[in-house]
Write a protein that binds this ligand. Structure first.
Ligand code: PRX
Length: 650
């Protein structure tokens, strides 16, 4: 725990507005009232078993619902299923092959309509392509793609043959991609020439080529043509997607897999520099993502659902690919940014496709607020029924703006708290059952145990505390790839018998949960987790840098912004922009500090520990508290003077 932990639990002003679901909404809702909570409270394992039986098709029934050997869980033990069969075949077999799976919208304005039959056909062919490249059950496949339907195809094709995918967000650098490929020892990489972003093509294959210079496990590379940019193809290793697909056998059986078969790895930042390969398996994961997608979004057959996340993040895995497809939903998938060609792109898409359920992040909502209410007002948004939020705490003002200007005052808002590690939504309203309060994620979902505890692990029933999960849940991580000791240490060692999520939260008098952000050394920038240590390591990797300290400072748009304090080696010179670019190359553009301050020294305790709390106070322009433990108080005065200058931005 870092020295800034207490800051995360400061008092939050109480928000008293309440929004019960309307009678009209309740009348059509899948869940109104408390029956689902009551059932789950009586027998949570029985409740999950019922969801698994109702929502998923199993080839072999399970023998045990949950085997719990703290901290290792197995769900639906002995059961067998094929995840891609559940997302595709069963809908087609039920006569719903012509239902649209994806209304895909490319950033330049091109569109594709992909039905469930189309998606099944493409997935089967691609599964055969993977087999042809030597991929089999238990192997790992890396995916580095833009937001195109082939991303879903690639993931589902892996699932179909029991290979685990590891998707790396297209904004990550060659170094990050290389490290993730090597940690997973992936056999095949699936990428594209490039994708569209803000009107331009961004290159992916050239970045991948740099990574591929030192990824000995990769024997084959598949390249989707999207950007049309020039790429080099290495004879024998690199293949065009369309060539392989044209030659592939169209039929690939969906063989049953064990419920605990590894479905994917997804790398996420922790408090140390090395990203963790979070492991998710099949039966429990699919059950919880299907359950939460259905009930949190109150899914109906005629819904048009749109989640704006990228498939490179857990939100894209669980709420674009696996949850919605398992439920046979129709979705919008959009390739690009919200402000191309105009600031109303999202609202235009909602209007054209009649989107009913919309899921986005607070950082996006705050950006829309800046662009003004005229942008959504240009479009008819009356199709919308439920609005979702994910990734960071949503402040009451942003919640109210979302409610009024996007939801027309009539749509329940579901503020969903969860993590890469939890796999699926854990804390959220059910839109027909829960009275919401702006800024509160409300209550744990049926079947989920969440409690706050104090420093000593004693349960807290009102006020601030550390958010912990009290019992296993079906979509929980099964560990950290290659390092189960780190898994135990990171999540299960702080409070006895409890999973500690790294977040602080507060309980009000009515038992509502208010998330307060991270209490560890993880920053949350635009809903993305970035570790302070990781950015520090990147900075000190620069030959001019002697020492670096990184903090997350509150930022009106991105939630937190990365602020770096850097001490240069004697005689070295480097510009702020050069260092920012260097971090971009080491990790990816999302990790570039918003501001870098050069300082001859960093504020340290007499024992030599960098005082991050002080640096955060400086970055946020706060008055400093006690500085008596500082070895040299002058350092801080100097930093404050420099921080008063306006920081640079991209
Ligand atoms: O701090 C919490 C914040 O995002 C963290 C998880 O990040 P990641 O694994 O990247 O997954 C993001 C998408 C699920 C959490 O520890 N977080 C996520 N959702 C919320 C949130 N904080 C407050 N309210 C939320 N609704």
């Amino acid at each position: 725990m870092s020295d800034n932990s207490s800051n995360a639990i400061d008092a939050l002003q109480w928000e008293n507005r309440r929004f019960p679901p309307s009678e009209a909404f309740k009348d059509q809702a899948l869940v109104a009232g408390t029956f689902m909570y009551d059932t789950a409270a009586q027998d949570d394992l029985g409740f999950w078993a019922q969801q698994a039986a109702e929502l998923i098709d199993w080839s072999t029934d399970w023998e045990t619902i949950c085997e719990w050997n703290l901290p290792f869980a197995k769900w639906f033990v002995g059961g067998q299923l094929n995840v891609s069969y559940n997302c595709l075949d069963r809908h087609v077999l039920a006569g719903r092959g012509d239902k649209v799976a994806f209304h895909w919208v490319g950033e330049p304005g091109d569109t594709r309509t992909v039905t469930y039959s189309d998606l099944l056909a493409e997935t089967q062919r691609f599964a055969n392509v993977l087999k042809g490249l030597g991929v089999g059950r238990g192997d790992r496949v890396n995916i580095y793609l833009p937001m195109i339907p082939e991303a879903a195809v690639a993931m589902l094709a892996c699932a179909r043959i029991g290979a685990a995918h590891s998707v790396v967000f297209g904004g990550f650098s060659a170094h990050s991609l290389r490290d993730r490929i090597n940690d997973a020892e992936a056999k095949v990489l699936i990428t594209a020439d490039g994708g569209y972003r803000r009107g331009d093509v961004f290159a992916l294959k050239p970045v991948a080529d740099e990574a591929l210079e030192s990824t000995p496990s990769i024997t084959g590379v598949v390249v989707v043509r999207r950007g049309g940019n020039e790429v080099a193809m290495q004879e024998g290793r690199d293949h065009w997607y369309h060539d392989l697909m044209a030659a592939a056998d169209p039929v690939c059986a969906a063989d049953p897999m064990d419920s605990e078969q590894l479905l994917f790895l997804l790398y996420t930042s922790g408090t140390t520099g090395k990203p963790k390969g979070i492991m998710h398996t099949s039966g429990g994961y699919l059950t919880q993502v299907a359950f939460t997608h259905k009930y949190v979004f109150d899914l109906h057959d005629d819904d048009v659902y749109w989640c704006t996340a990228d498939v490179g993040w857990i939100t894209g895995h669980s709420y674009i690919v696996y949850g919605p497809l398992a439920n046979g939903a129709t979705q919008v998938m959009y390739e690009g940014v919200p402000n191309f060609p105009g600031n109303d792109r999202f609202w235009e898409i909602i209007e054209s496709y009649g989107v009913t359920k919309f899921y986005t992040a607070p950082t996006a909502i705050r950006t829309f607020m800046k662009w003004g209410i005229e942008e959504p007002a240009k479009h008819d948004l009356s199709s919308l029924k439920v609005l979702g939020s994910v990734g960071e705490p949503i402040n009451p003002e942003a919640w109210m703006w979302y409610h009024e200007h996007i939801g027309g005052g009539r749509c329940p808002i579901v503020d969903t708290w969860w993590q890469t590690e939890t796999g699926g939504i854990m804390i959220s309203p059910l839109p027909g059952a829960t009275t919401t309060k702006p800024g509160s994620a409300t209550f744990p979902l049926p079947g989920i145990g969440a409690e706050l505890v104090d420093e000593n692990g004693v349960r807290v029933d009102r006020g601030g505390g550390y958010l912990t999960l009290t019992r296993p849940w079906p979509s929980m991580l099964r560990g950290i790839w290659g390092d189960q000791e780190r898994y135990r240490e990171t999540y299960w060692s702080r409070f006895d018998g409890r999973y500690f999520a790294g977040d602080g939260a507060k309980l009000d008098d009515d038992g509502y949960l208010w998330l307060l952000g991270r209490v560890d050394d993880v920053m949350n920038v635009s809903g993305h987790r970035i570790s302070t240590t990781e950015v520090e390591s990147a900075l000190v990797a620069h030959p001019s840098v002697a020492e670096a300290a990184v903090v997350g400072a509150t930022d009106a748009t991105t939630g937190q912004a990365i602020i770096a304090y850097v001490t240069l080696r004697g005689g070295a010179e480097v510009t702020e922009q050069d260092l920012r670019n260097f971090v971009g190359e080491e990790i990816g553009h999302i990790a570039k500090p918003k501001a870098i301050y050069f300082t001859p020294d960093l504020p340290k305790t007499r024992s030599g520990k960098i005082m991050r709390r002080l640096l955060r106070d400086v970055a946020e322009g706060r008055n400093l508290g006690d500085t008596s433990t500082l070895a040299d108080a002058n350092v801080v005065t100097e930093l404050q003077r420099r921080a008063a200058d306006v920081p640079a931005e991209d």
